[in-house]
Design a protein around this ligand. Structure first.
Ligand code: NDP
Length: 690
């Protein structure tokens, strides 16, 4: 038995601005491949209530004072810094049993998630502290009473309780949306691999990029931390269903309605389409993917394929192909050159997986791999937590239950037959809700039937075929822009999904009131709010001078038949409604020839523009364009252009301005309504270059 020595590293927690060690002897953590001591961990005696209070007060207030763009830039700086330190993380990662390729998923995948949120935060969020959700809801005819949903960061702490399998990605994928939302976090990694998380947190803290209190680390057990949660805190959990259930019903979480998100066991399936027989690219892709999912991270992936459903006639061919592929998987010490699959995270984990394989075997037979006698390319089968990939075959998936219930969290999958697409869907659903599924087919009808059938039971579904083979990110890879989580057994949680994930750490509030008072709350001008300055054309104002509500109302302009004909001839748009009086009249929407919608928008631009060089640098699009009333020859148009939203860029000399453009006719009817999007300089004249 390995024991800690005087030199064994003692992991530290980072709480209340200090690195501290827990009291007592602690628990020894060993190298997954060699069994050698790595570190000792203990959180005994930590002031958990104090840590929560510190996070809320110190970290929360600092983060909330920053805008989305400032927080996004902070994420980018952290990602760049972590990228520089990758080699150190890789070296440490071998101790968890991970090969270099496994570490890429964990380390680069985690850092990549930070990069994606850094970029999405600046591209998809405004440079504000309040996020608007949806459009204004008018609640009165005279526009004296409206509503807008807003999102503001929760004022508590996000407690992230993570699993052992992804010590880096598991932390970073939750941390990125949390910090971008403006919420501080306390990370509690699974003890088994916490040394790698600790190393990464240390780099983040040492970099000084984060405001103090924004990130704390608990190395060791969670102690009484959850007793102190409030309704403003968030708890996320990844791990076993039994622990998750226990935490979800924790008294303080229930009493305070604390937001709780869970990602637990998941019996993910992959289906080989009936069209994809041996010799087709889809057959090969399916076999490759099942084998890859079994062996990447030694199968210790929450999204790994556990159940492979195959047309009855293809079962033997699939088993044969998988057996051949898995037989070539060199299992051994993760740092060795030729190793394709490393060790499980610990001896306990291996014992656990062996016990689960025994349960699964009661439903069928093992057709590849001997769980009790590892065949290794390197390493010691006793000292290291090694296991060869184990493939099972279950001939009666309807009668069997373990196979749809038991998650062997290792390199284990079961092949099962099905007869038609409906049956394949019904079998996949027996998993009672999973994180990810895949279907390998080149047939659009099969893709539709299987995907629509499985969708209510899954958070993500991959369709694999020859066209996407080269660019596909694969069955098992959660992507930062896509939701990660699943219903039912998978925990019912949802993470990532781009900006969706940020909103999990914010409160949505419907704010009702008169537009004049709503506009300053939401940071966006709305119909019914006062106009600001109308004395100076707003295109003459730099961002430093422009205010929401600043407005110009143009002189009128008549639209003539000659204008319509000129526009038609010039652009080639001679659609009958503009050119043929009788045909236009026969159209249920028109009383005769009408002006082109794009003519109206073009005229509007000509009417509201202030043409001289000035702070408005470029027009980069329009949003929400609607033509609401037809324009006939002789109608007289007017435009009202109002500064609606102002977003200065954090790292540029300009910002974006969204303008409300409303075109009306001589009767005051709204003819066209849209948002004009422009880039406007922060200062005018522009600062001299160099
Ligand atoms: P656990 O559920 O035991 O642990 C998950 C996390 O919860 C760890 O950080 C753990 O901390 C923490 N935890 C455990 N007990 C408590 C508690 N009372 N209060 C607060 N936190 C607690 O799962 P494991 O990591 O040990 O994995 C066990 C099994 O879970 C695997 O074999 C696998 O079947 C499944 N699993 C599923 C995953 C998925 O995403 N589907 C991912 C990982 C595991 P500590 O380590 O310090 O005990």
């Amino acid at each position: 038995m390995n024991v800690a020595t005087a030199t064994t590293r003692q992991l530290e927690s980072y709480v209340k601005g200090q690195w501290v060690t827990g009291k007592g002897d602690g628990t020894l953590l060993t190298d997954a491949g060699t069994g050698e001591p790595v570190a000792v961990i203990s959180s005994s005696g930590l002031d958990f209530a104090g840590a929560l209070a510190y996070g809320r007060e110190k970290g929360g207030s600092a983060l909330r004072a920053m805008s989305f763009h400032e927080r996004a830039l902070m994420l980018k700086s952290i990602a760049l810094m972590l990228n520089e330190a990758r080699d150190d993380f890789y070296a440490e990662s071998y101790r968890t049993g991970a090969t270099k390729t496994d570490s890429m998923i964990d380390i680069d995948g985690g850092i990549g998630t930070f990069f994606v949120y850094a970029s999405k935060g600046r591209r998809e969020l405004p440079n504000t502290r309040v996020l608007l959700d949806g459009d204004v809801e008018p609640l009165s005819k005279d526009q004296s009473f409206s509503a807008q949903h807003i999102l503001t960061p929760l004022t508590g702490v996000a407690i992230h309780i993570n699993a052992f399998n992804f010590p880096c990605w598991g932390m970073l994928e939750k941390l990125a949306p949390t910090l971008l939302a403006g919420m501080p976090a306390i990370v509690k990694p699974a003890s088994q691999t916490a040394y790698l998380t600790e190393m990464m947190v240390r780099r983040i803290i040492d970099s000084g990029i984060l405001p103090e209190g924004a990130l704390q680390l608990v190395a060791g057990s969670a102690g009484d931390m959850l007793d102190h949660v409030t309704g403003q805190d968030v708890v996320t959990f990844t791990g076993s269903a039994s622990t998750g259930r226990m935490l979800r019903t924790h008294k303080a979480i229930v009493d305070n309605s604390t937001r709780f998100s869970m990602e637990a066991d998941s019996l993910n399936s992959s289906i080989l389409g009936a069209d994809a027989g041996p010799g087709t690219p889809e057959f090969d892709l399916f076999v490759k993917e099942v084998a890859r999912e079994m062996t990447a991270k030694a199968g210790q992936k929450c999204t790994a394929i556990r159940r492979a459903f195959v047309p009855r006639g293809q079962v033997d061919a699939v088993i044969e192909a998988l057996r051949a592929r898995l037989g070539k998987t060199a299992v051994g010490l993760p740092a060795e050159e030729g190793t394709r699959m490393g060790a499980l995270a610990s001896q306990d984990q291996r014992a656990e997986v062996r016990a689960r394989i025994a349960e699964l075997a009661a439903d069928g037979e093992i057709v590849a791999g001997d769980p009790d006698n590892p065949v290794l390319a390197s390493g010691d089968a006793q000292a290291g937590a090694f296991l060869n990939p184990v493939l099972l075959h279950c001939a009666d998936p309807h009668g069997a239950q373990h196979v749809h219930d038991v998650e062997a969290f290792g390199p284990v999958a079961t092949v099962m037959p099905y007869d038609d697409a409906e049956e394949a869907v019904a079998l996949a659903r027996k998993g009672k809700g999973s994180l990810a599924a895949s279907v390998f087919t080149n047939d659009p009808e099969i893709a539709e039937r299987i995907v629509i059938g499985m969708a209510p039971f899954h958070g993500r579904i991959l369709i694999g075929n020859r066209d996407s083979a080269k660019s596909s990110t694969g069955h098992g890879s959660p992507m930062p822009g896509l939701v990660h989580g699943g219903p039912g057994r998978a925990g019912g949680g949802e993470e990532l999904g781009g900006i969706r994930g940020v909103k999990h750490f914010m409160q949505r509030t419907a704010v009702q009131g008169t537009p004049r008072l709503l506009a300053p709350v939401t940071g966006r001008w709305m119909e019914g709010a006062d106009a600001g300055d109308t004395s100076v054309h707003p295109f003459r104002k730099s961002l430093a001078e422009l205010k929401i509500g600043d407005q110009v109302v143009t002189a009128p302009r008549e639209v003539t038949l000659a204008d319509i004909e000129h526009f038609a001839e010039f652009t080639g748009d001679t659609f009958y409604a503009h050119m043929d009086e009788d045909a236009a009249k026969a159209n249920p929407f028109f009383d005769g020839r009408v002006a082109h919608g794009y003519l109206i928008v073009s005229f509007a631009a000509g009417m509201f523009v202030d043409p001289a060089p000035g702070p408005v640098l470029a027009n980069y699009g329009v949003d929400n364009l609607r033509f609401l009333t037809p324009v006939y020859p002789g109608d007289v148009l007017k435009v009202r252009l109002t500064a609606k939203e102002i977003n200065p860029r954090a790292t540029a000399d300009h910002g974006e301005v969204r303008w409300d453009a409303q075109v009306t006719n001589q009767d005051g009817d709204v003819v066209a309504q849209y948002d004009v999007l422009t880039m406007v300089a922060k200062q005018w004249p522009l600062p001299a270059e160099g």
